[in-house]
Design a protein around this ligand. Sequence first.
Ligand SMILES: [Zn+2]
Length: 119
Amino acid sequence: MTKQDDIWNCTECGSEQGRHDQWFDGVCEKCNSEKMESIYMEIKKEDIDKMRIAIDSESVNIYIEFGLDSDIEPIHIAYWIIDEWEEDADVAVSIFKAIEWFYLDKKRLLEILGFSLVD
Ligand SMILES: [Zn+2]
């Protein structure tokens, strides 16, 4: 939605917005998308044990699975496909590191990947 006022200020970053800018409950589009991103990047500590890794010849996938009984969609933590490591060998090193952390310390892996852990 947009706001009727000609000029308004984002309550988050303070930037001046006009009539045609999107208004998200007081914040501008940019701040709103950052906010959505950070919500998406939150992982409950109790869910760390539900982290899974799937490795096949074409992909490496790290995710959180809530089980067949649950309505909650799996959360994707990290995903690489073969094209990525064929194009750029550095990607392979990142994958090896991620696998290593997955087995050594899942909490640390989530932190490295930029997730925040919440209670
Ligand atoms: Zn803003």
